[in-house]
Design a protein around this ligand. Structure first.
Ligand code: IMP
Length: 189
């Protein structure tokens, strides 16, 4: 079975290939000659995931899926959430996002948070959605060099290391994306 992953992120694609296994062939839009931006203007993770998947489906009419992820911090009423990528402003760096987050949380000991990932899958039927969540807390200083985004300040429950201190294999065992992909994988088994 062939599935397009509507993303430009090779790292995410590799993760999906490992989790979905050899019976599903994951193709990136770039492999089909698409090199533009995939629009992402929704106000929820679900809307964004569907928008990205529908955009690529409309172009190629090949079954495809897209994911959207947000970091939800309880003390910030769920922010940055769907705006995680541009929390510190349009085209800001991941480091600027992390700095803004730590500043907003500097006077509180309430540090609980979660990564939530929503996947939208479009085949020739109604779109289907799969969600994966990992609970944890935000520490006060970034630690570790692995991963990306908010990984250096997120410690998953049951661990005393940030996602950026865990190996990729360790992170991918428990990550939000892994949990959502696994649910989608059940559909193909
Ligand atoms: P997207 O789903 O790739 O659009 O993710 C939105 C933003 O969430 C990214 O820019 C990252 O800042 C953050 N993010 C997504 N997944 C992860 C992760 O696994 N670790 C840390 N940050 C993440």
């Amino acid at each position: 079975m062939e599935l397009i992953f509507a993303t430009g992120n090779k790292h995410k694609c590799e993760e999906a290939r490992t989790i979905l296994g050899p019976s599903v062939s994951i193709i990136m839009p770039s492999a089909l000659g698409f090199s533009g931006e995939i629009p992402e203007t929704g106000t929820t993770l679900k809307e964004n995931a569907l928008q990205k998947a529908a955009f690529i489906w409309d172009k190629f009419r090949i079954p495809c899926f897209a994911d959207d992820t947000g970091l939800e911090v309880d003390a910030l009423n769920g922010a940055p959430g769907v705006y995680s990528a541009r929390y510190a402003g349009e085209s800001c760096s991941p480091l600027e996002n992390v700095r803004k987050l730590l500043l907003r949380l500097q006077n509180t000991s309430a540090r609980t948070a979660r990564f939530r990932c929503v996947i939208a899958l479009i085949t020739d039927r109604q779109p289907e959605f799969f969600e994966g969540v990992v609970e944890g807390k935000i520490i006060r200083e970034p630690k570790g060099t692995g991963g990306f985004g908010y990984d250096p300040v997120f410690v998953p429950d049951g661990y005393d290391k940030t996602f950026a201190e865990l190996t990729a294999t360790e992170k991918n065992l428990i990550s939000h994306r892994k949990r959502a992909l696994e649910k989608m994988a059940l559909l193909f088994k």
